[in-house]
Write a protein that binds this ligand. Structure first.
Ligand code: AMP
Length: 285
């Protein structure tokens, strides 16, 4: 597995592969890899001859006061896992490689903004977060110019934003997505789960329990959806969560459901102590 910290150097290798007629798949990550990330890698391997994984803890998507400094960085272990899975190239840019004027220059940086969709749900509680995400993903797509890029449905709003950015800017890449990989008790795998204390860890699985209950109840008792959502919010608060949102939305737009909609999605974002957890499940009506 090749490892590149410079985009220019990486491009020479990518160009050689392209000249051989090989397609390239990109899996963008922030590292601290778990089975959720590795599932994306597997999909990438099945979708192209060459797989590039990027690891970059993107300062632009951490809102002030959040966990940028303490975000787990485990490059050696990540490298080993990717090598074992036959990844061809690991791109680990420095902050300066992606943001030439460094952190001090971020305010002046040209950014990619997907309006409206960036401002609702997680966007409301993490101002600036999605602009950071779309900007860095656009930059990574430009560096690698992959044929396909693979993202997880765990970050469902992020996935929709990236699809919209790619469509709106005519970026020549095909976006693929993979389902949420969970722990045995249903907790969605996340690098942030390790912030949870031993007491908090079993409580965290309540998010999945509430999601599953809602997804089972809603189609059968559609008229009472507001009451079911309210009950889920109440249960989570009782369990000790500080709730950002627990909402039922239209799955393609994340707008409130209309009468004709057949595919909804329940999305939850909640804080347990200092740990922010997100999860979602599709509900078919
Ligand atoms: P991150 O490293 O958290 O930025 O995530 C990198 C990619 O992995 C994103 O596309 C995430 O949606 C995806 N991902 C993270 N956790 C999971 C999971 N539990 N299941 C599936 N995909 C995931």
């Amino acid at each position: 597995m090749q490892i590149h910290t410079s985009g220019t150097e990486m491009r020479q290798q990518l160009q050689a592969w392209r000249l051989q007629g090989e397609r390239i798949a990109l899996v963008p990550t922030m590292g601290n890899l778990h089975a959720g990330h590795l599932q994306l890698v597997q999909r990438a391997k099945a979708s192209a001859e060459r797989v590039v994984v990027s690891i970059f803890v993107n300062p632009l998507q951490f809102e002030p006061g959040s966990d940028y400094a303490e975000y787990p960085r485990t490059l050696q272990a990540d490298q080993q896992q990717l090598q074992q899975r036959g990844v061809d190239l690991l791109f680990v840019p420095t902050v300066e490689a992606l943001y030439p004027n460094g952190l001090a220059g971020l305010a002046q940086l040209t950014k990619v903004v997907v309006p409206e969709l960036s401002d609702i749900l997680c966007g409301e509680f993490r101002p600036g977060h999605f602009v950071g995400v779309t900007t860095v993903v656009c930059k990574l797509l430009n560096w690698v110019q992959p044929d396909v890029a693979v993202f997880g449905q765990k970050d469902y709003q992020q996935l929709l934003l990236i699809r919209k950015m790619v469509a709106d800017l005519n970026l020549p890449v095909h976006i693929l997505s993979e389902p949420i990989v969970r722990e045995a008790d249903g907790l969605a795998m996340s690098s942030r789960n390790q912030y949870l204390s031993a007491e908090q860890r079993p409580v965290a699985a309540q998010i999945y329990a509430e999601l599953s209950r809602l997804v089972a109840q809603l189609p059968a008792d559609w008229m009472n959806q507001a009451a079911h959502l309210q009950q889920a919010r109440h249960h989570l608060q009782q369990a000790g969560f500080q709730l950002d949102y627990c909402e039922l939305r239209e799955a393609q737009t994340l707008q409130p459901l209309t009468a004709s909609c057949r595919q909804g999605i329940v999305l939850i974002a909640a804080r347990l102590g200092r740990t922010r957890l997100i999860d979602n499940q599709i509900v078919v009506i």
